[in-house]
Design a protein around this ligand. Structure first.
Ligand code: ZN
Length: 69
């Protein structure tokens, strides 16, 4: 069975309530989604702090959104 995109993440169990878990799952997936570096085209462009995104390959740093670039 294919994994649905809106399926809640494992790890939180029954804690915090269904709505918060769903919202957290969505934001977390968006945060961990693969991003392409605008400088070198590498997909190792990740968030290092809230609003700060950096490429692990070329070191290109850019300001972006808190949870999505
Ligand atoms: Zn890069």
């Amino acid at each position: 069975m294919p994994k649905r995109a809106d399926q809640p993440l494992k790890g939180l169990g029954t804690k915090y309530g269904a709505t918060v878990r769903k919202r957290y799952s969505r934001v977390f997936r968006e945060l961990k989604a693969k991003r392409v570096c605008q400088q070198c085209g590498s997909s190792s462009f990740t968030r290092i702090a809230i609003g700060v995104w950096r490429c692990n390959k070329c070191g290109h740093t850019a300001a972006g959104g808190a949870y999505t670039f």
